[in-house]
Design a protein around this ligand. Sequence first.
Ligand code: FES
Length: 280
Amino acid sequence: MTKLEQASALDRVGDRLQRAVLATLRPQRVRDLLHGVFLGHPLHPAMVQVPVGAWISAAVLDLMPGQRRAATTLIGVGTVGALPAAIAGLNDWAALSRDQRRVGLVHAASNTVGLALYAGSLAARLRGRHGTGRALAYLGLTAASAGAYLGGHLAYKQGAQVNQSVSELHRMSDGWHSLADLAALPQRKLITREVDDDVSVILYRHGDEVTVMLERCPHQSGPLGEGEVTEIDGHTCVVCPWHGSAFRLNGGEVVHGPSANDQQILPTRVVDGVLQTRLP
Ligand code: FES
């Protein structure tokens, strides 16, 4: 797997595919929908439940007598359901780092082979060739399982589409932490501070209200403190300088992907004119 992460030979194909995906999946609203911004979680892992569930169920039914029709129906449901799941996956993939994209490319290739085999299985079954249909389906399940293994590596080892900022909370100690004199904080300007000398947060003052938010972007740890503050749909948002994810400064909700996760806001209080924060 490490060799695959480092396989630069995949980059030519990967870079071309990335450009094609970014040029095709437009506008931003469509991309946000496919990332799962409306859910607050990535959409792709939820969508793959349809093909995976249908195909595994069909594999069980194929072992039982008198279940041809049911198995064919499930193969059809899984094959059709795989298409939107694949599009959502490609959309996420296009905003990953290079090493993640290499593994993601092979993940997508395995699943494409699996999908083609299942499409062949469906066609054979509809022509009454159930033996061929069964064989193709088991080959498809093998290819899709290899794809699932690679998807697991992407998510759990390489942290693709996993909230990259939440681990910051585990490094913050309990209790209130002083950040700055409130009177000295400029209006409507992003300020970066450290909590426990280690956890970076951004401060944004608007009147007497101050937002304190983790600085590491949930998508790929981009520095939100270097981001732009802008109005989106009437809300003041910070836009990540790396891939453009946008988060509301008054609540942390994600407004635009590729992040599908909200950003963590921290509680605040002012004691003797000093702004303090703590764990939520
Ligand atoms: S790191 Fe990718 S959008 Fe922030």
